[in-house]
Design a protein around this ligand. Sequence first.
Ligand code: 1PZ
Length: 215
Amino acid sequence: MAGSENQKFCLQEVLDSFQLCLSPNKEVYVEHYVAGWRGLVKFLNSLGSVFGFISKDAVSKIQILVNFLNSENGSQYATVQSMVKFELDNKLVDVDKKGICPESGCRTLLRLHRALRWLELFLECLRTSKEDDKTSVMCREAYNESLAQHHPWVVRKAAGMAFFALPGRPTFFEVMNVGPPEQVVAILGKAVPLISEVYLITEELYLKHNLLDLP
Ligand code: 1PZ
């Protein structure tokens, strides 16, 4: 029983992970970053199998990062900052777009990082939405403003179709599993600034090292 309870999504868990993400000197812990995404994937899975192709991609990226964390170089992957330094110092990143390191930690995390911007926009929209606002519209607008710019036509098309299958705002809030709508809004009010801070720190780091266009 306890096991199946663990499988149930709870928005609080995601908030906790992103809270743990930042070190005192504002470095981003990969372990908690990945845990935050795990929670989000759980949420996505509980919305139905139409989203399977999205969660599958997220899971495979999470797994690549977990494998680095568990490898003999694991300690180099403790934070996004140490990962970037380690991979750049050891020429493990396709900075000159040669395609030699297609699964580097840097390019893998960049995909999740871009998705985090979508999440920030979407959750902020959700937080300030009214009862009969459409989640699919909020989701599409957030997507078009962020992730879509990095996706080819066929992925944009598939994502657009999937958005139609999103449940309405009341069901969405219920699945978040933290209590009545006011409580969801309150937790979103804490989660969005945190996600935004993690996003900004990563964005600045990637910008500084010219990593924002990694293939
Ligand atoms: C709640 C509604 C969920 C909508 C999610 C909106 C994002 C749509 C993303 C569509 C992704 C389609 C699957 C594959 C995409 C990959 O090609 C890209 C690039 O990776 P590459 O091919 O370069 O290795 N992958 C991504 O952009 C990462 C996408 C992760 C999306 C995670 C969404 C988690 C949702 C959490 C729900 C609250």
